[in-house]
Design a protein around this ligand. Structure first.
Ligand code: AGP
Length: 610
């Protein structure tokens, strides 16, 4: 999604803005631009395409300024083009605006402005806001108040930064529904949509909340609500280093993040396992354990990969706690008038913590009195802050658009939540201890799987030209089949479907011929024999089969084309291991197709629009 970065201080902002935009590239975008104001000029430089293209243009101009804003745009209103790229400007080119989000009533605002003589050059909703602020500037002659008045007319979502030639000592920033963070430096301040863009300069940050507007100067800032009430903002220390957001010698973030999973899983469980007591310790849930354990129902709501994690969570929680669980797409949940009561606990899973649909679903559940529990990766993200209780997954920054290590850490945290609640219900001490012992063996098992990278790369080589894929699994491994298919389609653009293996005969079996690769997740668990029967059915129709099996399996290799053997663990934890070969398979197929795996077309890392 779109990215925002801004600087005010004593240094030349141009390299700072470009570097910040590069750190936001992972979010997905299709055009980029910067706007600077100095004592002699107000300049906007924009391009369609990558920040590297923008950098070439900027370098030709030799621009220097200590006040500037930069943006990466992910098209919503109007195609990716220079005219539609941000910053947008007022008519006399003295006011620059960058915007994340969507102005829903832009058409009526535009009509009103056109009737007053304003001319538009782009198809965007953002340009409307630039002119609206300009109109209020003419009335109020004060940038802060002009922005505030304009925003009071806006319906929709925004994270914005505005600079103005006649008030060159400040950036105005405001937020509603799109993340925005102020970076507090020494004699310099920053604004960004994501801490990654400013972490190289400062670890002191201030999170703006919905309905807040800030006036940011070189050496201080203050904030108000859009309704003009003063507020005091707390400064937070971010615990993240620049090393964590670089590729660390890997060709792609995605491969780095897959390869990091032994470490990220370790970090997700560090300090959270109490072997003697056979229970997990989750500080974020303290005081809420009984309310969760006594819930009449648990609902899990999320999108994409996080939704797949929620499906595994459903199996875990129902098996071990006996509490009925429902899993809902956040985008559906928010609009279908769901029946939610104060006796429900709703778990919201989101890597970014900024997904607009999940955030809106959370607000809906909160309104109806349910306990809202966030499972997020990004510390200080909107969902983490809005939830009443929650658990961070501590997977570390995930930059690749295709989620990998966050998924396995989400599963791990769901297992920890399950253990905590189950021990308050019926799970006995030895069974709790067995789960903990299995959790403790996970990281070495992950390392064993990661050593299969070369084997999986060779298999991938045979399927680069495939047009379709089926992924089949049962029980705990059905959501893994969905996730494997999603990974492949996201980054390789090969159409892939995940199904519960037994559902195949109700339709998808019609697709099977000698051109159809079918990936089976066939673990030695309670449904193993049934999955073997499904493999036989595919074999009988000449489908090409890749099977993920347990190390001690000696039944399946005669039936299939490729076998990937992985260590065994208890059923609840098996998805954490069985998904890793599927991540590697998708990665290698996409790389062999020459595709940009870290920034796949049309996708964004955090989807902050509906
Ligand atoms: C994952 O590979 C996807 N890019 C996507 O489905 C993602 O999981 C989804 O957009 C939800 O994101 P979140 O976890 O940040 O809320």
């Amino acid at each position: 999604m779109c990215g925002i970065v801004g600087y005010i201080g004593t240094k030349n902002c141009v390299p700072i803005l470009l570097e910040g935009l590069k750190r936001l590239e992972y979010r997905g975008y299709d055009s980029a631009g910067i706007g600077i104001i100095n004592s002699t000029e107000c300049k906007v430089i924009k391009t369609k395409g990558k920040v590297s293209e923008l950098e070439k243009l900027v370098n030709k101009e030799n621009t220097v300024s200590s006040l500037g804003i930069g943006h990466t745009r992910w098209a919503t209103h109007g195609e990716p083009s220079i005219l539609n790229a941000h910053p947008h400007v007022n008519e006399d080119h003295t006011l620059f605006l960058i915007h994340n989000g969507i102005i829903e009533n832009y058409a009526s605002l535009k009509k009103g402005l056109q009737s007053q003589g304003y001319k538009f050059v782009s198809e965007t909703d953002t340009e409307v806001l630039a002119h609206l602020i300009d109109r209020y500037l003419k009335l109020k002659n004060n940038l802060f108040q002009a922005v505030r008045y304009a925003l009071n007319e806006v319906e929709g979502t925004y994270g914005i930064a505005v600079i103005y030639k006649n008030e060159p000592d400040k950036i105005i920033a405001a937020k509603k529904g799109s993340p925005l963070v102020i970076g507090v430096g020494k004699n310099e301040n920053f604004i960004a949509s994501d801490v990654n863009a400013l972490i190289a300069h400062t670890s002191q940050v201030v999170y703006l909340e919905d309905g807040e507007i800030a006036e940011i100067f070189q050496d201080h800032f203050h904030a108000k609500t859009i309704a003009d009430e003063s507020i005091i903002k707390e400064i937070h220390e971010v615990d993240m280093s620049v090393d964590e957001i670089t590729k660390g010698g890997y060709p792609h973030y995605m491969l780095k993040e897959i390869m990091e999973q032994s470490e990220s899983l370790y970090n997700s469980m560090r300090g959270r396992l109490l072997l003697k007591e056979g229970i997990s310790k989750l500080g974020g849930l303290q005081g809420y354990e009984d309310r969760i354990a006594n819930s009449e129902r648990i609902i899990i709501s999320a999108c994409g990969t996080s939704w797949h994690a929620g499906l595994v969570g459903e199996y875990m929680l129902e098996q071990y706690t006996g509490i009925p669980v429902e899993v809902e797409y956040a985008s559906e949940f928010r609009y279908r008038h769901p029946v939610i009561t104060p006796k429900d606990t709703v778990i919201f899973i989101s890597q970014s913590g900024e997904t607009a649909d999940t955030l809106a679903a959370m607000k809906e559940a909160k309104k109806k009195g349910a306990l809202c529990l966030g499972v997020c990766n990004v510390v200080g993200s909107s969902i983490a802050r809005e939830s009443q209780t929650g658990v961070y997954i501590h997977a570390g920054p995930e930059i690749g658009v295709a989620s990998t290590k966050a998924f396995t850490s989400q599963l791990l945290v769901l297992a920890l939540i399950t253990l905590l609640i189950a021990r308050r219900k019926n799970l006995n001490l030895p069974d709790g201890q067995e789960i903990i012992q299995e959790l403790q063996t996970l990281t070495s098992k992950v390392e064993t799987i990661l050593k299969l990278n070369d084997v999986i790369e060779k298999i991938a080589g045979q399927y680069v030209n495939s047009k379709n894929f089926l992924y089949l699994g049962r029980g705990y491994n059905f959501p893994v089949a969905l996730e494997g298919a999603l990974k492949l389609k996201e980054i390789s653009y090969i159409h892939a479907e995940g199904y519960p293996a037994a559902e195949m005969k109700h339709g998808p079996i019609a697709l099977i011929d000698d051109n159809m690769p079918v990936v089976f997740i066939a673990m030695k668990d309670s449904v193993y024999e049934k999955v073997v029967s499904n493999i036989e059915e595919v074999k009988a129709r000449k489908g090409r089969i890749i099977a993920i099996v347990n190390e001690d399996d000696n039944q399946i290799d005669k039936l299939v084309d490729h076998v990937i053997r992985i260590p065994k663990t208890i059923q609840m934890l098996q998805p954490i291991l069985s998904v890793i070969p599927l991540q590697l398979l998708a990665y290698h197929i996409a790389v062999k197709k020459g595709l940009n795996v870290d920034q796949p077309r049309n996708l964004a890392k955090s989807v902050t629009v509906e």
